[in-house]
Ligand binder design. Structure first.
Ligand code: NAD
Length: 485
C-alpha cells in the first residue's frame, strides 16, 4: 500500500499529535480487505484530562477574538480541505470502506462546506437591542465553553466538521472523540485547522471506545455534548448530560418512511429509493428504509428497481468505477445478515440480494424485500445496512398514519407529481429532515436533525448557532432606582 494510513499519533491535543501507548489498542481495519491498516490507542484518563485542560485553558482567548478573525481561520481551513480533497478522500475510504467515487464528492467537501459556512457566519453573530421606554435590554450571544463532540463511523470527516465548525465559530473549544471504528479522519481535520491558524487547544481529538466518551460527557469542565450515534447510546449520553444540566445535540438513528404515490415519475422515484437505501452501503442515518409504494405501481417499481440495482458496481472502493462498497466492519455485516434472515423468516419476499459476497472484506449485496408488513422486525428496527423494505398502501391517509407509526422521526420523503399533495403529506409526517421528489440531500444551509427518538437539536444552517451559544440578557436602567424601602 503506497498510502500511509498510520497516523503520526493517536490523539491531537493542544495543537500537537500526542501518543500514549498505555491505552487500549484499537486496530483500524480496511473494510474492503479485512486487513489491519493502522493502530491507535484509546485515551487514558490522563490523556482525557490533558485534552479537556487544554480546551478549557484556550477557550476564553479564542472567544475574545472577533468573529471575523475566528471565521477567517475556519475559511482558510475549508480551502485547505478542498485542496487536499484527494488525499482526505482516500483516507476516508480506508477508514470506512466507502467508495472513493462517494468520498471524493461528499466527505471532505461537505466538511469544507461547514467550515466555510460557519466561518462566514462567525462575524455576524450578534445579540439584540430591546428598547423599553427610557430603559433598555441588550442581549449578548456568548459561547458555551468546552464542547464535546462524539462521532459515529459512517461519516468521520463530515461529523468532525459538522460539530467543530459551528462550535468554533461561536467561540467554543472542542474535544472530539471519533468512533473507534473510524479513528483516522478527525485527526486530519485537527491538523488542517491548526495549519490554518487555529490556536492550540481549541480543537482536540482523543480516541477511545464508549467509556472514553462517557468520561468526557461527565467531566464538569464540559458545557455541551453533541453526539452522532444510535438511540440506545443517545439515551445514555443525554441522561448523563442532564445530570449536570449540560446542553446537548443528539443526532440519532431512524427508520424513515419514503412514500411513493402512483402519479410519481417512476424513474425518479426509483432513483430516490436507491439514494435512500444504498448510498454508503445503506449506512446513513436518514435513510428512507420503509418504502411505501402505492399498490397500483408496486410491481412496475420493483421491476425497474431490480434492473437498476443490477448496474451497481460492487468492488474495490479505491477503484473510481466502484459505486457500492463493503460494510464498515465484520460486526455490522453480521448484524445486517441477521436482519436479512429475520426478514425471510417473517415471510417478506426477497426480491433481490440477501447474500454476503464471496470475496475478502465485508461485502453484502444490495437487498430488497417486498410485501413487508408494519409489524415485521425489518420494518420496525434500524438495520443500518443495504436493506430496503417495500410496503404497499392504497390511500394517502393510510400511508401517513403508517409512516408515523414509529418511535423514530429523523427523515421522510414523498414522491408525487401533485404539488399540493407533496406539501400536504410532508406537513403531516413526523420527521425533522424531509424531502419532496428527492432524498438524502444535506446542504449545510439547511437545518438537519430529528424529532421523537431520533434526536434533539439541529446541525447545519443558522439553527446550529442556537445550539452552540447562549444568550445573556442585560437590563440597563437609565433613571433612578425605585425601591419600596
Ligand atoms: P453508537 O451509538 O454505537 O456509537 C456512537 C459513538 O458513541 C461512538 O463514538 C461510541 O464510541 C460512542 N459511545 C458509545 N457509548 C457511549 C457512552 N456511554 N457515552 C459516550 N459515548 C459513547 O453508533 P454507531 O454504531 O457508531 O453509529 C451508527 C448509529 O449512528 C446509527 O444508529 C445511525 O443512525 C446513527 N447516526 C446518526 C446520524 C444523525 O445525524 N442523525 C448520523 C450518522 C449516524
Amino acid at each position: 500500500m503506497s498510502y500511509d494510513t498510520q497516523p503520526k499519533a493517536s490523539h491531537f491535543i493542544d495543537g500537537a499529535y500526542v501518543e500514549d501507548t498505555s491505552g487500549v489498542p484499537i486496530p483500524v481495519i480496511f473494510p474492503a480487505t479485512g486487513k489491519q491498516i493502522a493502530t491507535v490507542y484509546a485515551a487514558t484518563p490522563a490523556i482525557v484530562d490533558q485534552a479537556l485542560a487544554s480546551a478549557h485553558r484556550a477557550q476564553r482567548q479564542w472567544a475574545a477574538m472577533s468573529g471575523t478573525e475566528r471565521g477567517r481561520i475556519l475559511r482558510r481551513a475549508a480551502d485547505m480541505m478542498r485542496d487536499r480533497n484527494h488525499d482526505l478522500s482516500v483516507l476516508e475510504t480506508y477508514d470506512t470502506g466507502k467508495p472513493y467515487q462517494e468520498t471524493i464528492a461528499v466527505d471532505a467537501t461537505s466538511g469544507a462546506d461547514a467550515l466555510e459556512y460557519f466561518g462566514g457566519l462567525a462575524g455576524s453573530l450578534t445579540g439584540e437591542h430591546i428598547q423599553l421606554g427610557e430603559d433598555w435590554v441588550y442581549t449578548r450571544r456568548e459561547p458555551l465553553g468546552v464542547c464535546v463532540g462524539i462521532g459515529a463511523w459512517n461519516y468521520p470527516t463530515q461529523i468532525a466538521c459538522w460539530k467543530g465548525a459551528p462550535a468554533l465559530a461561536c467561540g467554543n473549544a472542542m474535544v472530539f472523540k471519533p468512533s473507534e471504528m473510524t479513528p483516522l479522519c478527525a485527526l486530519k481535520v485537527a491538523e488542517i485547522l491548526h495549519e490554518a491558524g487555529l490556536p492550540a487547544g481549541i480543537y482536540n481529538v482523543v480516541q477511545g471506545l464508549g467509556e472514553v466518551g462517557a468520561s468526557l460527557v461527565t467531566d464538569p469542565r464540559v458545557a455541551k455534548v453533541s453526539l452522532t450515534g444510535s438511540v440506545p447510546t443517545g439515551k445514555k449520553v443525554y441522561a448523563a448530560a442532564a445530570a449536570q444540566m449540560k446542553h446537548v445535540t443528539m443526532e440519532l438513528g431512524g427508520k424513515s418512511p419514503l412514500i411513493i404515490f402512483d402519479d410519481a415519475d417512476l424513474d425518479n422515484a426509483v432513483g430516490g429509493a436507491i439514494l435512500a437505501n444504498f448510498y454508503s452501503s445503506g449506512q446513513v442515518c436518514s435513510n428512507g428504509t420503509r418504502v411505501f409504494v402505492h399498490e397500483g405501481i408496486k410491481e412496475a417499481f420493483l421491476k425497474r428497481l431490480t434492473e437498476r440495482l443490477s448496474n451497481a458496481v460492487i468492488g474495490d472502493p479505491m477503484d473510481e468505477a466502484t459505486n457500492f462498497g463493503p460494510m464498515v466492519s465484520e460486526k455490522q455485516m453480521k448484524i445486517v445478515l441477521d436482519y436479512i434472515e429475520k426478514g425471510e423468516n417473517e415471510g417478506a419476499r426477497l426480491v433481490t440480494g440477501g447474500k454476503r459476497l464471496n470475496r475478502d472484506g465485508f461485502y453484502l449485496q444490495p437487498t430488497v424485500f417486498a410485501d413487508v408488513t408494519d409489524d415485521m422486525i425489518i420494518a420496525r428496527e434500524e438495520i443500518f445496512g443495504p436493506v430496503m423494505a417495500v410496503l404497499d398502501f392504497s390511500s394517502e391517509e393510510e400511508a401517513i398514519t403508517r409512516a408515523n407509526a414509529t418511535e423514530f422521526g429523523l427523515s421522510a420523503g414523498v414522491f408525487t407529481r401533485d404539488l399540493s399533495r407533496g406539501h400536504r403529506v410532508i406537513a403531516q409526517l413526523e420527521a425533522g429532515s424531509c424531502f419532496i421528489n428527492s432524498y438524502n440531500d444535506a446542504p449545510v444551509e439547511a437545518p438537519f436533525g430529528g424529532t421523537k427518538m431520533s434526536g434533539v437539536g439541529r446541525e447545519n444552517s443558522k439553527a446550529a448557532i442556537n445550539h452552540y451559544s447562549q444568550l445573556k440578557s442585560v437590563y440597563v436602567r437609565m433613571g433612578d432606582v425605585e425601591a419600596p424601602y
